[in-house]
Write a protein that binds this ligand. Structure first.
Ligand SMILES: [Zn+2]
Length: 132
């Protein structure tokens, strides 16, 4: 996906890959400058188009429970959407360019987030877009 192919520092591999929670592939360390500046380490599973963000300090102590966010990406009608899952909330964004610096918040759930996976994300987001 263009979101990650456009990141020039993508080839840096100074951290081991982590297991993807949706498939048997590994999520590869894919640092982004602006996230690194906040101490956030980004991993990306190319098979699922899923991004995992960990706070640096927590990454080395307990990677399984300290994920800061999980973001699923998908393309619908030539637009890229980002479904971001946090501790107790989730957000749907429309990406305006290849970074997350310019994105539009479309929908948010502050409790009871729907279960969205790489296999149902297209169907679910198409439904939400119809309801908006
Ligand atoms: Zn995966």
């Amino acid at each position: 996906m263009s979101v990650f192919k456009s990141i020039p520092e993508f080839t840096t591999k100074s951290l081991d890959p982590i297991p993807c929670k949706f498939c048997k592939s590994k999520a590869i360390y894919s640092p982004k400058d602006y996230m690194e500046s906040f101490g956030i380490k980004v991993f990306f599973c190319f098979h699922c188009q899923v991004e995992y963000c960990y706070y640096y300090n927590n990454y080395f102590t307990d990677i399984t429970s300290d994920v800061a966010s999980i973001c699923l990406y998908t393309n619908i009608n030539n637009k890229t959407y980002r479904w971001a899952i946090f501790d107790n909330s989730c957000r749907l964004f429309l990406m305006k360019d290849a970074s997350i610096n310019d994105q539009e918040l479309i929908l948010h759930f502050d409790h009871s987030c729907p279960t969205i996976t790489p296999s149902n994300i297209n169907e679910k987001i198409r439904t939400y877009l119809l309801l908006l």
